[in-house]
Design a binder for this molecule. Structure first.
Ligand code: AMP
Length: 114
């Protein structure tokens, strides 16, 4: 989608520090990391929010979760504990309206989140 930051990274028009990609998913480092490892996992398909995921996207969301677990292992944050977060909508802090999962690790996390 034109004007979408993450579509630009997915297409390669905007530079991203990509750690994983396949035909449907791209994972790249967050530009403003909130943990020693902070990676964004996004579908190549432009979907604005998790609430916009359609029935046809159910498999895609499952793939993203699988990729997250694999990247967590590659980044060596799997054993120490990691967090996979989706901010859905402004009230939850979503700032980029292209669905993305935050993969965070490398430090302890508290609960509940802020
Ligand atoms: P959210 O607030 O959940 O929508 O998350 C958006 C995330 O995108 C934030 O953690 C930002 O730091 C991150 N971000 C913004 N611009 C870029 C960029 N050009 N490359 C990588 N991450 C970015």
């Amino acid at each position: 989608m034109s004007g979408c930051l993450f579509c630009g990274i997915v297409r390669g028009d905007i530079k991203g520090d990509i750690v994983y990609q396949d035909e449907t998913i791209v994972a790249f480092r967050d530009i403003s990391p909130k943990a020693p490892v902070h990676i964004l996992i996004v579908p190549r398909k432009h979907i604005e929010t998790l609430a916009d995921v359609g029935e046809e996207d159910k498999g895609l969301v499952g793939e993203i979760c699988y990729v997250a677990s694999q990247v967590a292992k590659e980044q060596k944050i799997s054993q120490g504990g990691f967090r996979l977060v989706v901010n859905n909508g402004t009230g939850a802090g979503q700032s980029v309206y292209h669905l993305h999962f935050h993969l965070l690790g490398g430090r302890p996390f508290t609960w509940p989140p802020g």
